[in-house]
Design a protein around this ligand. Structure first.
Ligand code: ADP
Ligand code: MG
Ligand code: MG
Length: 898
């Protein structure tokens, strides 16, 4: 018999798959002896079953009844008991935290009758009616599907009539009136009445939470965070405790460290006389948590102690919800908290020093994606001028964009390629599409734990919240600063999420100190706080990793930069750009040549230029391998555009002149060389086989560059890489040319030039016949860009814009296969090629030089596939180093804070 319900006493943190993060952590806190209101959890398994069949699985409702009875027995009251009702909350909570994405209903058990009992038992009529109106509102929107805005409008209207700004100033009779208004609203909208049976309320709330798993905003959030769609949510049913019982009650959120910087201390917000959802919603202004000390020193002291207990126990930053009911502290939630990239590195380093975690564990806790965020530029505050406003630095980074005032506008403009900043009083989960589309989020209300702040941090989006100096008018689509400056929709503003400031116009940017350190090794006192934890993590990663990290670099400058970033060589040196610019003329001559003599003349002119290119790169990478790829793209890419040529000839003729014979010859060549599918046409090794002089020239340039470097006392390590091989015969023929030229140059110079010759594996046929190809190749390098194109039959330039968003929406893939390696398809080809290649040639050196070489998830795959190195763009090198180190740690798990 499957078990669908667990009491808090029966669960624990390790059961998060089954009980959801929230439920599992409530159980864990219960086990630790912290004051948690009792309750039970309906499992994710029950949810999954419900979502498949549309009905509660067998035995679930009986189990819920049994656990409810136990809860009632413990409380000495029945759910909704008329004279003294037990009330419960029904809370959602999946394996991975999805803040605010699903539904929670508080105060279940109140009815027209039990509200009177609650008033009597608590001694507060106001509190009873406040709780009832909250229930009717939450139940009406979450369970019965009434637009939440209708309830809010009714509340706003009443506040206006009564001339009060805060719900806290409404009278008991007002709240009772609101309950009636809400009930009528529900009836008008749904044709049904708000249910007066507590048992029915509970049952329907549980099912509504199940259903909220498939709500639109939850689905959108999951797609963004790469959380699987089939996990389902657990449901926690918990005895209510009340923060809205008067001035000696309240609710708050707390962090054991600053989630923005990682610094230790007490961070959070507190709101007196409020239920938990008020704190995050930002409907009233919270006070900093430290002020609780003055309000309720006993609870404050206990809270500090519990926070310490939790941090020691979880060995990480914890994020906490609590409520104080008439001077008694209750813990309502904890989880390993989300944090900024800067805080992630800082906390990891500090926890090592505190002896709570090992250096390996610290490395697991940071990611390449976070490192990438720290490498972004920031605003140059010496040049920004006066800020329009200040707010809370909720999520760091610098962003510039046009101010927009609703989610739809943000989406619309972003789709048209414009950069936007979403400006709201506060955000709700309905703003999620706009937040995804925006560069930054700016709100005039809410604390560091408001919806805007939490979601933006999770996305790594810049966010300033609680900028109270701003009056945001979403209807008129503008905001006004305290000084009276008006910023209309479309005006460009700059948002500094690290400092919590907003500037007019596009503020100038400066490089990040982390980037400066990575590039130059420079450290100083001012930047040490940000730099030291990163340096430490990279050192740990470099010690742990098996994968080497090389760079894709085509110029001496890029090569030198890559080396400063820690590259251990060049994995891909493209030669095509060496044929552009002024050299284009020579390439044209080579293509147009109708005799061997004419072609050789053009190639001879190119040779010394190419040689100098290679000398520079080999010098910058002296002592490290440089893999040079022979010319790859189709030759017509070096010729002028067909239309340009045709127009030029036609205009000349229209003037009655004779067209330039060179132009006519070029146009002929362009027409002759036109291909329907250039990606699959005359390119790569095929070029070398058709125009052998071209390969010979390139190889000679490489070999002579090696000679020159050796004569200068250097240690050049050139490797020659043949692109787009599909059959071993192609490589064999090309290789003969390569070896002949290497032998010639060795003979001529008296210096032995030996370059390993290898091939790219970028066609499925190459991967499938890798065993044969390995006989002729001294190394393999996976060209995963082309391999992805040819495996899927995608032409990247054509498909990405055309239909990838539809594919992502339909869940055909979770990320573009051009960003993260497609393990099942392309990855399978990689695995085949590795195993058959190494079987044919033991010790075969294998790397990857596609863009995937710098993608964190792909790096983990390449590690486990047994590659020797990844090669990526210079700026991705630190990220690849970090991830290669993480990949080498055993037992890597997804972190809870995800
Ligand atoms: P979310 O996942 O959106 O944070 P929660 O389930 O945590 O939703 O609940 C929303 C708010 O209601 C939180 O502030 C929480 O602390 C509060 N809350 C939940 N259960 C209870 C309870 N039993 N008593 C008092 N407040 C509660
Ligand atoms: Mg919560
Ligand atoms: Mg390629």
């Amino acid at each position: 018999m499957v078990r669908y319900v667990y009491d808090f006493h029966e669960g624990g943190r390790a059961m998060a798959d089954l009980l959801g993060g929230k439920g599992a952590n409530l159980a864990e806190m219960t086990r630790l002896g912290l004051p948690v209101p009792p309750g039970f959890i309906v499992t994710t398994e029950a949810c999954r079953a419900f979502l498949v069949t549309g009905a509660e699985p067998d035995g679930m409702s009986e189990a819920v009844s049994r656990h409810l009875s136990a809860l009632e027995a413990g409380a000495g009251r029945l759910l909704g008991q008329p004279d003294d009702p037990l009330l419960v909350s029904v809370r959602s909570g999946a394996r991975f935290s999805m803040p605010g994405m699903m539904e929670t209903v508080l105060d279940i058990g109140l009815t027209d009758e039990s509200v009177l009992g609650l008033a009597k038992a608590s001694g507060s009529e106001r509190f009873a009616w406040d709780s009832y109106r909250r229930l009717v509102q939450m139940f009406g929107s979450t369970v019965m599907g009434v637009d939440a805005g209708l309830f809010e409008r009714a509340m706003e209207m009443l506040k206006e009539i009564r001339g009060v700004s805060d719900d806290i100033h409404l009278e008991t009779s007002d709240l009772a009136e609101l309950v009636d208004v809400y009930k009528n609203l529900i009836h008008d909208e749904t044709g049904q009445d708000f249910p007066q049976s507590p048992a029915e309320q509970l049952r329907r709330a549980i099912l509504a939470v199940f259903q909220s798993w498939n709500g639109e905003r939850a689905r959108l959030y999951r797609r963004r965070e790469h959380i699987a769609d089939d996990l389902g949510t657990a449901v926690t049913v918990q005895r209510m405790v009340f923060g809205n019982l008067g001035a000696d009650s309240g609710s708050g959120v707390a962090f054991t460290r600053d989630p923005a910087t990682g610094r230790t201390g007490l961070y959070g917000d507190y709101l007196a006389n409020a239920q938990g959802e008020d704190v995050v919603a930002g409907i009233r202004n919270t006070v900093p948590l430290t002020e609780l000390e003055g309000l309720d020193p006993k609870s404050y002291g206990q809270l500090r102690e519990h926070m310490l207990t939790l941090e020691r126990h979880y060995r990480d930053l914890c994020d906490i919800e609590f409520t104080i009911e008439r001077g008694t502290l209750w813990m309502l939630q904890t989880r390993v908290g989300k944090r900024t990239a800067e805080a992630a590195f800082a906390i990891a380093a500090e926890l090592i020093d505190e002896g709570l975690i090992s250096a390996d564990e610290a490395l697991r806790r940071v990611s390449g994606e976070e490192l990438a965020r720290l490498m972004f530029p920031r605003f140059d505050t010496s040049a920004t001028g006066d800020a329009l406003a200040h707010g809370l630095p909720a999520s760091p980074g610098a962003a510039v964009g046009a101010a927009v005032f609703d989610s739809a506008e943000a989406v619309r403009r972003a789709a048209a390629g414009e950069k936007v900043v979403l400006v709201r009083q506060e955000t709700t989960p309905d703003d999620l599409p706009g937040m995804v589309a925006a560069q930054a989020v700016l709100t005039s209300r809410g604390g560091k734990t408001s919806h805007a702040a939490v979601v933006a941090r999770g996305m790594g989006k810049v966010c300033v919240c609680g900028a109270e100096e701003l009056t945001v008018d979403t209807h008129a689509r503008r905001f006004t600063t305290r000084g009276g400056t008006v910023v209309e929709e479309g005006a460009v503003i700059s948002v500094d999420g690290s400092a919590g400031a907003v500037y007019p116009g596009a503020a100038p940017l400066v490089d990040s100190v982390v980037m400066r350190y990575l590039e130059t090794g420079l450290r100083d006192e001012r930047s040490e706080q940000a730099v030291a934890p990163v340096a430490r993590a990279l050192e740990q990663a470099d010690g742990a990793r098996r994968l080497e990290v090389r760079a894709n670099a085509d110029t001496p400058e890029d090569a030198a930069r890559a080396r400063r970033f820690g590259a251990q060589g060049i994995g891909l040196c493209r030669t095509e750009h060496m044929f552009l610019g002024a050299r284009r003329k020579l390439v044209e001559e080579m293509i147009l040549a109708d005799t061997d003599v004419a072609r050789d003349r053009a190639l001879d002119a190119l040779l010394p230029l190419q040689r100098q290119d290679f000398v520079g790169i080999l010098e910058a990478m002296d002592g490290l391998p440089v893999t040079i790829r022979l010319l790859d793209p189709p030759l017509h890419e070096f010729l002028p555009d067909h239309t340009d040529l045709a127009v030029r000839i036609a205009t000349t003729e229209a003037h009655g002149d004779l067209p330039d014979p060179h132009d006519t010859a070029l146009l002929d060549a362009v027409n002759r060389m036109h291909e329907e599918n250039p990606m699959l046409g005359l390119r790569g090794v095929r070029l070398g086989l058709v125009i052998p002089g071209l390969v010979a020239m390139q190889v000679r340039a490489i070999a002579e560059a090696v000679v020159e470097r050796k004569r200068a006392g250097g240690s050049p390590e050139a490797e020659i890489m043949v692109p787009l091989v599909g059959a071993v015969e192609e490589l064999r023929i090309e290789r003969e040319v390569v070896e002949r030229v290497l032998a010639e140059v060795s003979r001529e110079s008296g210096i032995s030039v030996q370059c390993p010759v290898g091939t790219m594996i970028e066609l499925p046929r190459a991967a499938l016949t890798a065993g044969r190809i390995a006989k002729e190749a001294e190394f393999f390098s996976f060209g995963t860009n082309d391999l992805t194109q040819t495996t899927w039959g995608f032409s990247r330039d054509d498909v990405e814009a055309a239909f990838f968003s539809a594919y992502l929406d339909k869940g055909i893939f979770a990320t573009s296969p051009f960003e993260t390696i497609d393990r099942d398809g392309v990855g399978r080809l990689v695995e085949i090629a590795v195993s058959e290649g190494r079987a044919a040639r033991p010790g075969l050196k294998i790397g990857v030089c596609g863009e995937h070489g710098g993608d964190p998830e792909s790096v983990h795959f390449f590690h486990s596939a047994g590659l020797d190195y990844v090669s990526c763009s210079p700026f991705r090198i630190p990220i690849a180093r970090l991830e290669a180190g993480r990949a080498a740690l055993t037992g890597t798990e997804a972190s809870d804070s995800r």
